[in-house]
Design a protein around this ligand. Structure first.
Ligand code: PEP
Ligand code: MG
Length: 576
């Protein structure tokens, strides 16, 4: 029977394929009290889970033994050794008694203690063994939860439409690697990093399809329309024909736009507009170059850390950034310093305390880097070293106050001094800019503009923080509107601050990639766009068919409006 479900389309495109229900393994342990009379029972539950985990590993070992390289087998053996060491579950059993807590929590405490011991070791190899502890504990925790651990078999994902409760950015990267056709999640919003990633990767995606995993049968045929957020399960022949036609039309439109590849973006009254790309990984340059021989206005470096699920040292960062720069073949590269936190979390991230109540407003991005300079300085060094090889700029996310800027400047000076002492090549004069994505920063953008080389407006967060709307919460998503007069005012203030200080102001938030807003932004004076590669040709087409002087008057009229509906209507008029 055909079924129609609706969600929020977050990444355009039509996909037709079979479903794959993906149950994410949740590894967060919860704590509850276990009265003393139940301690023995809880310890028995723990031991059963340890035995089960060990049984699973033995099974895996027998399955893969023949064709598996020695080092992978040794890795499984080391996990088995840990599981079978009586001291391991003895330790957790003592914690159950000491704290009257459940087995999951006891394991977590045990894990944290062991990780700390490994962390304090001098030997870098031994230090990394803490990952094994974490993996072993997670395996036991899965056994305790009685949920089977999801192992994705790559062959199963190719061409499939993945249905999940939610996906992390790391899951999404893995899915692209496995060539999934599209994905549908039950939760999440269009500005979540996962949704942005899907757009960058060109994977059609829909979020907020509540109960999708119950309503869609495993392996059932599906049609996904990532623009309208429509999911059709078990489609009839007529629907299939209709969507195949739409897919064809979209291919034709793309072929027309391809004529603009490598052509300049210039308004009809002769104003040149700069379009650059947003990337997450060096590999994304290939897609960017497919659409335009341009530079990068936003390189989100945290994806390197998310893919490795840990902090990455200076040398690896240096090599990765250098590879990215060389792929750009002489075009500029703006590297954004780490923006970890909120929906971008890694396992052994720095500064990770107890779960924050409001992670988006907590220890995120530059706040986190300033708290843990020992992790930030290697990144500063890596970026400044790469800047010796080409046009590289450094951009700071989530800047909020001038005091932060002063602290950052001190750390940059310190990093320079370290590089001088090490006698390594670096760029002393690297250009430094800030993202304007917190209302406080937008309101103080004149002060930032006087002290920095460039600004870039991050509308994804600017809208979230101005309108008090969690960008990943689909329940309040209907309130997320880039056209809200307060948002437009903050954008205008920032653009004007840049013009007054004669520094470039770019926009790298998703608003810049959305064709609906291009004319309004041009009219407001924006001259630098940093956008998803897939949107470049469409945005260029709009710019090349716009007359700036006319748009300025229309934008003025919009800026004078306070009524959201009126603004919406005027923007539609601007686009017709
Ligand atoms: C933004 O906030 O607009 C932005 C570009 O940063 P991110 O989406 O990575 O938070
Ligand atoms: Mg941001």
């Amino acid at each position: 029977m055909t079924i129609l479900l609706n969600g929020i389309g977050v990444s355009q495109g039509i996909a037709i394929g079979n479903a794959y229900i993906y149950v994410r393994a949740t590894t967060k342990a919860t704590e509850y009290n276990v009265p003393a009379r139940y301690h023995d029972k809880e310890i028995a539950r723990l031991r059963m889970a340890v035995n089960e985990a060990s049984k699973q590993l033995h099974e895996i070992k027998t399955k893969i033994a023949r064709e598996t390289p020695e080092d992978i087998l040794a890795f499984i053996d080391s996990h088995l050794l840990m599981l079978e060491d009586p001291a391991f579950d003895e330790g957790a059993a003592l914690i159950i008694k000491e704290f009257s807590c459940n087995a999951e929590w006891a394991l977590q405490i045990q894990c944290d203690r062991l990780v700390q011991i490994f962390d304090e070791m001098e030997d870098p190899y031994l230090k990394t063994r803490k990952d094994d502890v974490v993996h072993v504990v997670q395996r036991i925790q899965h056994c305790l939860s009685e949920k089977p651990e999801t192992t994705i078999e790559p062959v199963k994902l190719k061409g499939r439409i993945v249905i999940s409760d939610d996906l992390t950015p790391a899951d999404t990267l893995m899915m692209q690697h496995e060539k999934v056709a599209a994905f549908v999640t039950e939760f999440g919003g269009p500005m979540s990093h996962t949704a942005i990633l899907a757009r960058n990767l060109g994977i059609p995606a829909i979020v907020g399809v509540h109960n999708a995993r119950q309503l869609i049968h495993p392996t059932e045929k599906l049609i996904i329309d990532g623009h309208y957020g429509t999911v059709i399960g078990d489609p009839d022949a007529r629907s299939l024909k209709h969507y195949r036609n739409l897919r064809q039309q979209s291919h034709e439109r793309k072929a027309q736009l391809n004529r603009l590849i490598n052509k300049p973006a210039i308004t009809q009254d002769g104003v040149a507009i700069v379009i650059q790309g947003n990337i997450d990984r060096p590999e994304d340059i290939r897609n960017l170059k497919h659409f335009d021989d341009t530079g990068v206005g936003l390189y989100r470096t945290e994806m390197l850390f998310l893919e490795n699920s840990k902090l990455v040292d200076e040398e690896i960062q240096f090599k990765t950034y250098k590879r990215t720069l060389f792929r750009l073949k002489g075009k500029p590269l703006t590297i954004r310093t780490l923006d970890l936190g909120a929906d971008k979390e890694i396992q052994d991230a720095m500064g990770q305390g107890p779960m924050a109540h409001n992670p988006a407003m907590g220890l995120r991005a530059i706040r986190r880097c300033l708290k843990e300079p020992e992790y930030f300085i290697p990144q500063l060094c890596a970026i400044m070293r790469v800047a010796a090889y080409g046009d590289v700029k450094m951009m700071i996310p989530m800047m909020t106050s001038i005091d932060e800027l002063e602290q950052i400047s001190e750390l940059i000076e310190h990093a320079k001094e370290l590089l001088r002492q090490r006698k390594v090549r670096f760029n002393e004069q690297i250009e430094i800019g800030a993202m304007i994505e917190v209302p406080a920063a937008a309101l103080s953008s004149d002060v930032f503009a006087d002290r920095l080389d460039f600004l870039s407006i991050g509308t994804n967060d600017l809208i979230q923080y101005t309108l008090a709307i969690d960008r990943i919460d689909d329940e309040v998503n209907y309130l997320y509107n880039p056209l809200h007069p307060a948002v437009l005012k903050l954008i205008r203030i920032t653009i004007e601050a840049g013009k007054k200080a004669k520094i470039p102001v770019s926009m790298c938030g998703e608003m810049a990639s959305e064709p609906r807003y291009t004319r309004l932004l041009l009219g407001m004076g924006l001259e630098y766009f940093s956008i998803q590669a897939n949107a470049i040709l469409e945005i260029k087409h709009i710019i090349n068919n716009s007359n700036l002087s006319q748009l300025q008057n229309q934008a003025e009229e919009i800026m004078r409006c306070h009524d959201l509906h009126e603004i919406e209507a005027l923007v539609d008029k601007l686009n017709n």
